[in-house]
Write a protein that binds this ligand. Structure first.
Ligand code: G1P
Length: 306
């Protein structure tokens, strides 16, 4: 019997959310960075909605100290709900209840902050031998460009693990994991990953394919993570463990495939990108967009003059 389960359905998602968010201090002094609003929803809710839309109804959040607001956000808020119900404010009531109805939420603490690979490793017991998804909260994927369901489809067809790749300007590759790839004959958007390196300098990067924060992982990743030594930044890197899987064959949990994403992605991990994400999403909102766009046009015109 092989160790891989190509046809085992993917139903579980792991969302690492233990990071300190120091780039957003002081906003993140007492509030988890995942709770920062993108227009009027916390960033993390977009991620949970994306997982739920792809059929992943069981979500494990890997949290840490000062992250209790995350659990509260995905839970009922009886007093608030009752107040809104008494006032007859059905729209706000629906918005309050939405986040508690998205998925079955579970929480585990990471303990020592030893990196993304370590955060994924603490999910081992929960995912219990099945392939599972990992969604990183800093990357928001536009729901009109479904990436996760395509990755699940590829995993179901080909087995192994599947990562999401996006072409970036070579000057930006040092911000990402980077993959060396070759064609695998399974559609234009799918490649075989032959090598991976975490945040290389431009000169050393094997390609301009950046790893973005969506993964479908074979449970063999846990064996590899146990053996993975601290890498870049002294942290256990998921990219390094995936490199280990990329060279394996199907009998031992490999290989690794890449889905090349060409859709809309918003990065909320960096302050300037976070602002861009808010502006772009606000412009597209039916309720806020028309007025906001018109204000933005005037604002930009005035800025150009000064
Ligand atoms: C993490 C991963 C990196 C990946 C990136 C995607 O880095 O380590 O390989 O490219 O997410 O957003 P981070 O941005 O958390 O430093």
């Amino acid at each position: 019997m092989t160790k891989t389960h190509p046809r085992m359905t993917v139903t579980k998602a792991v969302v690492p959310a233990a990071g300190l968010g120091t780039r957003f201090l002081p906003a993140t002094k007492a509030t988890p960075k995942e709770m920062l609003p993108v227009v009027d929803k916390p960033a993390i809710q977009y991620v949970v909605e994306e997982a739920a839309a792809a059929g992943l109804s069981d979500i494990l959040m890997v949290t840490g100290r000062n992250k209790r607001a995350l659990e509260d956000h995905f839970d009922r808020a009886y007093e608030l709900e009752e107040l809104l119900a008494r006032k007859g404010d059905r729209d706000k009531l629906r918005r309050v209840q939405e986040s508690a109805r998205l998925a079955n939420m579970h929480y585990v603490r990471q303990g020592d902050p030893k990196g993304l690979g370590h955060a994924v490793a603490v999910a081992e017991q929960h995912v219990a031998g099945q392939p599972f998804a990992v969604l990183l909260g800093d990357d928001l994927i536009d729901p009109r460009d479904p990436l996760l369901s395509r990755m699940i489809e590829v995993q179901q067809e080909l087995g192994g693990s599947v990562i999401a790749l996006m072409e970036v300007d070579p000057s930006q590759i040092h911000l990402y994991g980077c993959a060396a790839v070759k064609p695998n004959g399974f559609g234009e958007d799918v490649v075989r990953v032959t090598d991976l390196v975490e945040k290389p300098d431009t000169a050393d990067a094997p390609s301009n394919y950046a790893v973005i924060g969506r993964y479908i992982l074979d449970p063999a990743i846990f064996d590899v993570l146990r053996e993975t030594k601290p890498g870049r930044g002294g942290e256990i890197q998921l990219t390094d463990a995936l490199r280990g899987l990329a060279v394996r064959d199907a009998s031992t949990g490999g290989p690794v495939h890449g889905v090349i994403f060409k859709g809309r992605r918003y990065d909320t991990g960096d302050r300037a990108d976070y602002l861009r994400a808010i502006v772009r999403l606000a412009c597209e909102r039916e309720d806020l967009g028309p007025e906001f766009r018109s204000w933005l046009r005037d604002f930009v015109a005035t800025e150009m003059q000064s």
